[in-house]
Each structure stands twice: as structure tokens, then as C-alpha cells.
Design a protein around this ligand. Structure first.
Ligand SMILES: N=c1c2ncn([C@@H]3O[C@H](COP(=O)(O)OP(=O)(O)OP(=O)(O)O)[C@@H](O)[C@H]3O)c2ncn1[C@@H]1O[C@H](COP(=O)(O)O)[C@@H](O)[C@H]1O
Length: 100
């Protein structure tokens, strides 16, 4: 990894490259590049699971678990954005529009 200034952006770049290069050992590939519509369902299922895990961690008041499960949730959301060929800049743009 080049810089850790924006690690989420760096992870997104790796996800995007996995989608193009499709290495066999890749989790992203196993989840998102089977070429069928069902891969969107698979990613959405993971987002649902990880969301529930974040909620449970919050209800348990478990800060380290909240961080761990939120990273899983954000990662799977990035896989979904990548599946729809949305650029990181488009996501940033949406946040910028909301800045007050
Ligand atoms: N950030 C992640 C990341 N976060 C979570 N995961 C995977 O997402 C899955 C999460 O599923 P679960 O929570 O259900 O975990 P599980 O292991 O199935 O079971 P439990 O934890 O519930 O026991 C696991 O297989 C994790 O390995 C990730 N896999 C990859 N990345 C990043 O994506 C890049 C590309 O990964 P590959 O596609 O594997 O090369 C990597 O270099 C990383 O930077």
C-alpha cells in the first residue's frame, strides 16, 4: 500500500483492481464477479449481516466490536459500489454536497 493517508480509498482501489484482474484467491472476486445478477444479492446479504452485527455490537456497548464490524460493513458497501462501477470520487462528491 502506498500511503495510509486515506486507507479506505486505498482499499477501494484494491477492490476495483480485483474486479478487473479477477485473481482466483480473492474474496472480492468470490463475492462479486461471478457475472450473474446473484452476485449483487450475495453482496447485499453480506451488507445485511454486517449491519446486524454493528447493531448488536452497539447494543452490547462493545466499542472494539463496533469498530471491527463497522469495518466489515464499510468494506462490503465498497464492494457493492465497485460492482456498480461507482468511482470513489462520486462517493466523495455526495458527501461534499452535504457539507454545511
Ligand atoms: N478489508 C477487507 C475485508 N474485510 C473483511 N473481509 C472479508 O469479509 C469476510 C467477512 O465475512 P464474515 O464477517 O461473515 O466473516 P467470516 O470469516 O465469514 O466468519 P465470522 O467472522 O463471522 O466468523 C471475511 O472473509 C473477511 O476476510 C475482507 N476482505 C478483504 N478486504 C480488503 O480487500 C482487499 C482485497 O481482498 P481479496 O479480494 O481477498 O484479495 C484486501 O487486500 C483487503 O484490503
Amino acid at each position: 500500500m502506498e500511503s495510509t493517508q486515506n486507507v479506505i480509498k486505498e482499499v477501494y482501489k484494491v477492490i476495483q483492481s480485483r474486479m478487473v484482474e479477477k485473481p482466483e484467491s480473492s474474496y472480492v472476486v468470490s463475492l462479486a464477479t461471478d457475472g450473474k445478477k446473484s452476485s449483487v444479492n450475495k453482496i447485499c446479504e453480506k451488507i445485511g449481516e454486517e449491519s446486524a452485527e454493528v447493531i448488536l455490537a452497539a447494543k452490547d456497548n462493545d466499542k472494539s466490536e463496533i469498530i471491527y464490524e463497522s469495518a466489515d460493513l464499510i468494506f462490503h458497501t465498497l464492494v457493492l459500489l465497485s460492482k456498480f462501477e461507482i468511482s470513489y470520487e462520486e462517493l466523495e462528491e455526495e458527501f461534499k454536497k452535504r457539507m454545511k
